[in-house]
Design a protein around this ligand. Sequence first.
Ligand SMILES: NC(=O)c1ccc[n+]([C@@H]2O[C@H](COP(=O)([O-])OP(=O)(O)OC[C@H]3O[C@@H](n4cnc5c(N)ncnc54)[C@H](O)[C@@H]3O)[C@@H](O)[C@H]2O)c1
Length: 299
Amino acid sequence: MKKPRALVTGGAGFLGSHLCDALLGEGYSVVAADNLLTGRLANLEHLRNDSRFELQQLDINEPFDVGEVNYVFHFACPASPVDYTAHGIATLKVGSLGTFHTLDIARKYDAKYFVSSTSECYGDPTEHPQKETYWGNVNPIGPRSVYDESKRFTEAVTMAYHRYHNLDTRIVRIFNTYGPRMQLNDGRVIPNFTKQALRGEDLTVYGDGSQTRSFCYVTDEIEGFLRLAKSVEHFPVNIGNPTEFTILECAQRVLAVTQSESKTSPKPELCWAGSRRLTWRQACACRWIISVEQLTSSS
Ligand SMILES: NC(=O)c1ccc[n+]([C@@H]2O[C@H](COP(=O)([O-])OP(=O)(O)OC[C@H]3O[C@@H](n4cnc5c(N)ncnc54)[C@H](O)[C@@H]3O)[C@@H](O)[C@H]2O)c1
């Protein structure tokens, strides 16, 4: 029997490269499409001699075609605040033009479609916890809007292809994920703390460190993607770790794991960072349990 073939856009990135590994493990042959804007060839080095894997270096904001595929996973998009601030226009383009191009590929080959969205769709939420049914509180012209609005448009056009073209789509709203292959300088908390701890520098904590976050280990997050991919759920699904801890606790844990003698160094709070980004604990946990049950029964 012919192997199913998957397209992973953003396949040279942090999550995309782990997804390529997981899909190969599931028996797919995989074509990754990436322009290396924020991704790295090193993330795919281990697949170089795998005949089931191929990388095509291309910009998905231009029309493209990688041949017949059975599943499209659209993960291309600068994701860290450092990256989407540096590449604001490219971020808006990949969420709009790039998303259209990937949806058209899925339509052309009658493939299933899976797109990565984000908890940032909720903006600075006024509802806690945030259920998937919450529409968010997003500043459409602020510095973060290049990312938030790009992803909200991505969701809108994906739902439109589902409704108007009957495309078989999935949308995941990803919450903070960490693990190997993250960029050390992307400004996100765990790589930043780890880098500072290993270099013996003080760990920069904005504000009093009482703001809470949760972080999901990458293999758990990818497992969630695979279950959602096999499900029949078309509305967005939050996937992340429901357990929160404070930034200060996170810093202390990094210091313990790295056995570093660094201290924490307080800095004034970032005006747009948000005090409690991941306040979806109960609702999300509930939804996640429902989703897992659905996903398991449909796989
Ligand atoms: N990492 C997280 O915690 C997190 C959280 C929420 C959402 N997400 C979403 O998951 C996806 C992947 O995030 P990541 O952390 O792996 O980011 P990443 O920057 O490591 O990967 C993104 C990849 O997309 C590629 N890319 C960007 N524009 C492109 C274009 N026009 N054509 C081809 N390739 C292009 C980059 O080169 C890179 O390899 C993104 O859509 C992001 O919004 C990630």
